[in-house]
Design a protein around this ligand. Structure first.
Ligand SMILES: [Zn+2]
Length: 124
């Protein structure tokens, strides 16, 4: 085992734009989530409780829809935060499950990933 075996081989000049990308995307995700959460009809305090059955159904559907989108975005946000944290501690590009380097092609497509393709398959 060499002294440098645990060092991430991704150079800083490549990591810097990745960090910027992740931060930008995270900002966008947070904004999108906020606007989706605000669109939830259940959040509407002026909501008429005497409305018709059709309106109630519409609201239920609207609520479920926003809930699904919001949950999906929340997962994305966590994933991006995780990738950023790993970047900051110098573990970016290293699989959090097995510790192997993540394929750079995979990172190019999904820069927020923290799992190598094999470990991601096991989880899906
Ligand atoms: Zn792995």
């Amino acid at each position: 085992m060499t002294k440098n075996s645990n060092n991430v081989s991704i150079p800083a000049k490549i990591l810097e734009p990745v960090r910027k990308f992740l931060e930008e995307e995270l900002k966008k995700l947070n904004q999108t989530k906020k606007s989706i959460d605000n669109a939830d009809p259940f959040k509407d305090e002026e909501r008429d409780n005497e409305n018709s059955l059709e309106d109630d159904v519409d609201e239920q559907i609207g609520h479920l829809d926003t809930e699904v989108k919001s949950k999906f975005l929340q997962k994305q946000i966590i994933q991006f935060r995780k990738a950023l944290t790993r970047l900051k501690v110098g573990k970016y590009g290293v699989c959090e499950e097995c510790g192997k380097m993540i394929d750079t092609d995979r990172l190019a497509v999904r820069p927020e990933t923290t799992l190598c393709i094999d470990c991601a398959k096991d989880k899906e």
